[in-house]
Structure formats: structure tokens, C-alpha cells
Ligand binder design. Structure first.
Ligand SMILES: NC(=O)c1ccc[n+]([C@@H]2O[C@H](COP(=O)([O-])OP(=O)(O)OC[C@H]3O[C@@H](n4cnc5c(N)ncnc54)[C@H](O)[C@@H]3O)[C@@H](O)[C@H]2O)c1
Length: 266
């Protein structure tokens, strides 16, 4: 199912978070460029070295700009570079950024390291506010532009294996609503979060019990788990002019899982 509907012809965007070809952002980059958009790709300098994003930049003919999403100085340089590259504001931005050292190092929720916890919140939630504030102050989004972040249902329901990332995603969803209100009033910019099924990516595989969760969610969901490609298709519609009045929402791209969720311990 790989149609080019020209949904994003003439649009320009910034895509955060493509690390390798399993990344959700990688699939989004491929899909939005196939639909006619031009993009700037960005990730941390370390991820640019460790991952394969330069290959994606070649494949999609995109500019690659390093930036740590927790650094306002980096975000300012990135936004300036994108506006210079495109000769004006951007139409869409994907924030696909997340990381928890408590998860990585196997520290359970009742024994977290608080330095790690603060880092989780900074990388996975506050970075979205920093990004929106930078775009807003620089007036870097076009009228009726669209910003999307990626979240997970553990923000709404208890899933102990998701650890401090669950709290970060709850903050992320609140920022989506609160900044969405301000940006909507100011410039008709939409801000939405897509709550995605468990997906086998580098970040996904760092979660305790991920394999079991993937299987469990797939079994519970009437349509089965949404893949990274399914997510890219939804995000593409959110960047298009077909969804101009959708804002401040958490949209579940999960095959129906969120509506049938029984007790996760059952
Ligand atoms: N995989 C899943 O099951 C799943 C489900 C729901 C939501 N999500 C969310 O989707 C998003 C993308 O994750 P993914 O699953 O594609 O995994 P991924 O590991 O491919 O992507 C995570 C990205 O975050 C980037 N990142 C980390 N720290 C950063 C920083 N300081 N500045 C800029 N970038 C930074 C990484 O370099 C990486 O590219 C994340 O927000 C994740 O929480 C994933």
C-alpha cells in the first residue's frame, strides 16, 4: 500500500528522531517525501554517528542538521538552518524523541535514579516544549502548519514496564494540549500527539517485557498492532490539509487497543 496522493506537494518540514530504518521517524520521512514534501532531518550528533540517518538523507534528498532536542541553542540553530534552507517557515514538524536511562539500566519505577528521571523528562517531554517555544518565538511555522509528537498509552493506563517514560508521556500529552491552544490562537498551528502501538524499534526494544507487550497488544486489538508504516501514514494525514481542524488531541493509532483494554495484569 504505497500510494502517492500528492498530499504534501509543496510542503516543507523538519523530522526529528530517525536513527535507523526501524525508527518510526524513518518511515515518516520516507512517506512524507513520497507524498511530495521536502524535509530537514535532525538527530543528536551521537545518533548521527551511531545510526544510519545519512543514508536516509541521501535517499530522500534531505538536509541533515545535528541537534540535541534538550538544547534550546541547538534548536534555534536547527530552526534557523531549516528556514534558510527552505527560504521561509516550515509547514510541519515531527517530534519523535524519547529516552530513559532508568529503562536502559533496568532501574524499576520504585527504585529510579532521579538524575536519570530528570533526563527522561527533559529528553522525552520538555524537549517538545522547547521545540514549540523555539518555533513560536521565531515565527517559524506557516499558518495552518502542523506539529506531531509520538506518545504511548502508558501515559493513560498503568504499564509498570514503561517506568518513568509513562510520566514523561503524560507531560508530553499535556504540553500538546497547552501549547496547542496557544499556537492555534496565534497562527492556526495544530499540535497533536499520536499514541502508537508497541513497535519493534531501538527505543521500543529497550522496554522491559516489550516482546510480551507486543504480543498482548496485538491479541487484544481488533485490527492488530499498528506498524511504523501505519504510523507514518497517519502522521502524513495530520501534516496534510485534510486535517486542518484537528488539534490538541492524542490520537490512538493502535488497532483499537485503547478501547478494549482490560486489566493489564489479568
Ligand atoms: N517503539 C514503540 O513501541 C513506541 C510506541 C509509542 C511511542 N513511541 C515513541 O516514538 C518515538 C520514536 O521512537 P522509536 O520507537 O521510533 O525509536 P527510535 O529509537 O528509533 O527513536 C528514538 C529517537 O530519539 C532520539 N533522541 C534521543 N535523545 C535525543 C535528544 N536528546 N535529542 C534529539 N533526539 C534524541 C534518538 O536518537 C532516536 O532517533 C519516541 O518518542 C517513542 O517514545 C514508540
Amino acid at each position: 500500500m504505497d500510494f502517492n496522493n500528492h498530499l504534501l506537494d509543496g510542503k516543507k518540514g523538519i523530522v526529528f528522531g530517525a536513527l535507523n530504518n526501524q525508527s518510526i521517524a524513518w518511515k515518516v520521512a520516507e512517506k512524507v517525501t513520497a507524498e511530495g514534501a521536502r524535509i530537514v532531518l535532525t538527530n543528536t550528533p551521537l545518533s548521527l554517528r551511531l545510526g544510519t540517518v545519512s543514508q536516509l538523507a541521501d535517499e530522500t534528498g534531505s538536509l541533515l542538521v545535528p541537534a540535541d532536542a534538550t538544547s534550546v541553542a541547538d534548536l534555534e540553530k536547527l530552526v534557523d538552518a531549516a528556514m534558510e534552507h527552505f527560504g521561509g517557515p516550515v509547514d510541519f514538524v515531527l517530534h519523535a524523541v524519547g529516552m530513559s536511562q532508568n529503562l536502559r539500566k533496568g532501574r524499576p519505577y520504585e527504585d529510579v535514579n532521579y538524575e536519570f528521571f530528570l533526563k527522561t523528562l527533559d529528553v522525552s517531554a520538555l524537549s517538545f516544549h522547547k521545540l514549540l517555544q523555539t518555533l513560536y518565538k521565531k515565527d517559524a511555522m506557516s499558518e495552518w502548519g502542523s506539529v506531531v509528537t509520538l506518545t504511548y498509552i502508558a501515559a493513560d493506563r498503568v504499564m509498570p514496564g514503561y517506568n518513568d517514560m509513562a510520566d514523561a508521556k503524560a507531560v508530553l500529552q499535556a504540553i500538546t494540549r497547552n501549547f496547542g491552544y496557544i499556537y492555534g490562537r496565534k497562527r492556526h498551528v495544530r499540535v497533536n500527539a499520536v499514541s502508537q502501538s508497541p513497535t519493534p524499534t531501538t527505543a521500543g526494544q529497550g522496554i522491559a517485557g516489550m516482546e510480551g507487550m507486543l504480543q498482548y497488544a496485538d491479541n487484544c486489538s481488533p485490527l492488530g498492532n499498528a506498524t511504523a508504516e501505519d504510523c507514518a501514514a497517519l502522521v502524513t494525514t495530520l501534516f496534510s490539509d485534510l486535517t486542518r481542524k484537528v488539534t490538541m488531541q492524542t490520537i490512538y493509532n493502535d488497532g483499537g487497543f485503547s478501547s478494549v483494554l482490560p486489566n493489564p495484569l489479568a
